[in-house]
Design a protein around this ligand. Structure first.
Ligand SMILES: Cc1cc2nc3c(=O)[nH]c(=O)nc-3n(C[C@H](O)[C@H](O)[C@H](O)COP(=O)(O)OP(=O)(O)OC[C@H]3O[C@@H](n4cnc5c(N)ncnc54)[C@H](O)[C@@H]3O)c2cc1C
Length: 380
């Protein structure tokens, strides 16, 4: 019995069904894979060909390795190609459907059917109980099974029905939870930073941003509430409230050399120097706040330094409403890394986002869902 017909639950069901297990998937929503459908802007970034253990965050950095090695991006691509789904690499190894994310949910549904998996939609689960096996009581029926996989996802996007259900089941059976927080989420700016930059909403530039000693180089986007864009989403998963983030606004570039070489060192020369490095409106605003009072060599060294090390402390994040994932979750010390089975409760498995394994942006969260689902599906 599998709770949740999302990415992890469906892959688990397919693998278990192919091994001849009788599988039931209970899903709260009225259709399967709702998050898959909205993922990747509707095109589902279903995996990343450069998937490595370093692309995952967990209190135990080694935990994900085994499952990731035994169900790889190539395995999922084989499935996608078997169903003749056309796809493309967008950037940095990220694979997207050419047509629609629906191709992926249709594929998973067809595979489930082929493996004899029964899917029950609109199931409200009231209770999970353990006797010799597991009993799950819903509004309409009672299900009995010797093994139970919890694949109910994290807390992100409550509007789509995300609940704490998986964590509650883990607690019910005495499993530890690593504190959860929104991951892959935009930052909110406060105070002076908000006043200074929020009206530049829509401006975007490539930067190197880092939090907690983890750095990424991608686009940053200014929003009307703070900062977003891929680079910000990436560092947000490493950020804790109250910590600063560091941003190099001109990676690999020497900004002040042109000012130094100008006939007259002044704000006009500085604007020229920033041209082509920062978008015009952002450069103006940056200089308003950081241009030196005099243009001595020391002052230029300071301006160069600041441009490569903008330190700011976000006021917070946009929370689970806007987070692509939930960081933290069921403590990996509680689970077998090979099968995802609880070490304390035989027959109880946790897979996908509910586990304390969080992928970077770029198809890694689905790859974890497929890989952990497959690991459990081969052991159920
Ligand atoms: C907007 C957005 C875009 C994203 N884009 C990408 C992307 O392009 N690439 C990528 O790798 N990752 C992406 N992600 C992250 C990815 O969607 C998740 O990491 C992944 O779906 C997790 O899979 P899962 O099976 O663990 O959980 P989910 O896919 O969330 O599935 C959980 C399922 O359990 C069901 N459920 C919940 N509670 C109950 C209950 N009490 N009883 C029964 N069923 C229940 C839910 O309805 C849901 O169907 C995106 C996330 C968001 C929010």
């Amino acid at each position: 019995m599998i709770l949740g017909a999302g990415a992890a639950g469906l892959l688990c069901a397919i693998e278990a069904g192919k091994r001849g297990r009788r599988v039931a998937v209970l899903e709260r929503a009225d259709r399967i894979g709702k998050k898959i459908l909205i993922s990747g802007g509707g095109r589902c970034n279903f995996t990343n060909i450069h998937c490595r253990p370093e692309n995952f965050i967990s209190a135990n950095e080694h935990f994900a390795k085994s499952a990731l090695a035994r169900y790889t991006p190539a395995d999922f691509i084989t499935l996608v190609e078997k169903h003749r789904i056309s796809y493309h690499e967008k950037t940095l190894g990220q694979l997207f459907c050419d047509r629609s994310a629906e191709d992926i949910t249709n594929m998973l549904e067809t595979e489930c059917r082929g493996a004899g998996v029964q899917i029950f939609l609109s199931c409200r689960i009231h209770e999970v109980q353990r006797t010799t096996g597991f009993i799950v009581r819903t509004e309409a029926a009672e299900f009995h099974a010797p093994a139970l996989a919890v694949a109910t996802g994290g807390l992100s996007i409550p509007k789509m029905g995300a609940t704490a259900f998986g964590y509650d089941v883990a607690r019910q059976f005495g499993l530890n939870i690593v504190a959860t927080k929104p991951g892959l989420v935009p930052f909110l700016l406060g105070g002076n930073d908000y006043q200074r930059y929020s009206d530049l909403a829509g401006v975007s530039t490539e930067v190197v941003a880092s939090a907690n000693h983890h750095a990424f180089r991608e686009k940053m986007l200014i929003t009307h509430r703070g900062l977003s864009g891929p680079v910000i989403l990436q560092v947000s998963s490493y950020w804790d409230k109250g910590q600063p983030i560091h941003i190099d606004l001109a990676p690999d570039r020497q900004v002040t050399a042109l000012i130094r070489a100008a006939k007259v060192r002044n704000i006009g020369a500085a604007r020229l120097a920033f041209q082509g490095i920062l978008p015009k409106r952002f450069a103006e605003r940056w200089l308003e706040a950081n241009a030196p009072a005099n243009w001595t060599n020391e002052a230029l060294i300071e301006l160069e330094k600041r441009t490569h090390a903008w330190v700011l402390t976000p006021a917070g994040t946009e929370g689970y409403e806007k987070a692509e994932v939930t960081a933290g979750g069921v403590d990996t010390n509680e689970l077998s890394s090979k099968t995802m089975e609880s070490k304390k409760v035989r027959g109880l498995f946790f897979i996908g986002e509910v586990v304390d394994v969080t992928g970077h942006l770029g198809g890694f969260n689905f790859q974890w869902a497929w890989a952990s689902g497959a690991a459990a599906g081969r052991a159920l």
